[in-house]
Design a protein around this ligand. Structure first.
Ligand code: NDP
Length: 294
């Protein structure tokens, strides 16, 4: 079997186009555009490039985008003061604090401060709490996990009643993805570094989400034939044939998995592109919440 590719580029473009169309409607209705404020503390190069691509995506969708840059020496009080000011600013609809914060800053305290109805990253403990509680609806769903589900849904892959295995239990990916799959009526097994016989767990899954951070860790022979594989991993490995000397691979051994799975996301070109797209969706949602628009 050769799996059908779940193309992150096509799906992310569709989500971004829908956010742009919604933005145009909201502008016509209110005279204002949904606006995202991003807080970047320090000079981590990966964070800088994420922040640039988020700002560019907002602008391309016709949304407002403001980036606040603080030096790595910023104090907890300075970061918190900025978040409070953004909470109070009616021209700001969504607030995203780019993580990780430099050492010495208390991330949780900062995330706790973000206004619940501006928490477009969905990492406020209240939003996460509601996500994992039965029958509750969080204001916002974290972008990468939401992107994983969007890819399944838009590829016509049924989730209800399926067995899903999520490998990884981080707060930013594994835990929220598992909650979302369960909320969509899958039976979910969450695996981690202490899981016994991971291949056997994976072999049972109709849907596999890999968010481990280990290059090509999930092997093709672990997979149930025909399953759907969502590979969240982004790992840089040495490759002498590339000009840069490296290439990106996922947490799944793609060349093997593509022969067994029914559906699979590539890396690059998969989940990575969905994160920014879902951020736009969340920023539109924040604007509507704040303007009382259904
Ligand atoms: P973390 O390092 O926070 O979490 C990794 C998880 O994998 C942990 O729960 C860990 O278990 C588990 N794990 C580690 N080794 C094993 C193993 N041998 N067997 C089973 N489980 C294992 O990573 P993140 O969740 O932040 O990221 C995961 C991957 O996703 C990374 O490659 C990252 O770059 C990528 N990523 C991609 C994004 C995107 O936009 N596409 C966004 C965010 C992340 P334990 O809890 O026991 O330590």
């Amino acid at each position: 079997m050769t799996a059908q590719l779940i193309d992150g580029k096509i799906i992310a473009e569709a989500v971004r186009r829908e956010a742009a169309e919604e933005t145009a409607k909201l502008k016509a209705q209110t005279g204002q555009a949904p606006t995202l404020a991003v807080v970047l503390v320090g000079d981590n190069p990966a964070s800088q490039s994420y922040v640039t691509s988020k700002g560019r995506a907002c602008e391309e969708a016709g949304m407002g985008s403001i980036t606040h840059r603080l030096p790595a020496t910023a104090t907890q009080a300075e970061v918190e003061e900025l978040v409070r000011a953004l909470n109070a600013d009616p021209a700001v609809n969504g607030i995203l604090v780019q993580l990780p914060l430099p050492k010495g800053l208390d991330e949780e305290a900062v995330l706790n401060l973000i206004s619940l109805n501006k928490d477009v990253d969905g990492f406020h403990p209240m939003n996460i709490g509601q996500l994992v509680m039965k029958g509750r609806t969080p204001q916002f769903i974290p972008c990468t996990p939401a992107g994983c589900i969007e890819m399944l849904v838009r590829s016509g892959i049924e989730i209800a009643g399926k067995d899903a295995v999520v490998v990884g239990r981080s707060n930013i990916v594994g835990v929220p993805v598992a909650a979302l799959l369960q909320n969509a009526d899958a039976t979910v097994t969450t695996c981690h570094s202490k899981t016994k016989d991971l291949p056997a767990k994976v072999r049972n899954a109709d849907i596999v989400v890999a968010a481990i951070g280990r290059p090509e860790y999930v092997r093709g022979e672990w997979l149930k034939p025909g399953c759907a594989v969502i590979d969240v991993g982004i790992n840089r490995i040495p490759d002498a044939t590339k000009k840069s000397g490296a290439r990106l691979v996922g947490d799944v051994a793609f060349a093997e998995a593509v022969e067994v799975a029914g559906y699979i996301t590539p890396v690059p070109g998969g989940v990575g592109l969905m994160t920014v797209a879902m951020l736009l969706t969340n920023t539109v949602r924040a604007f509507k919440l704040q303007h009382g628009i259904a």
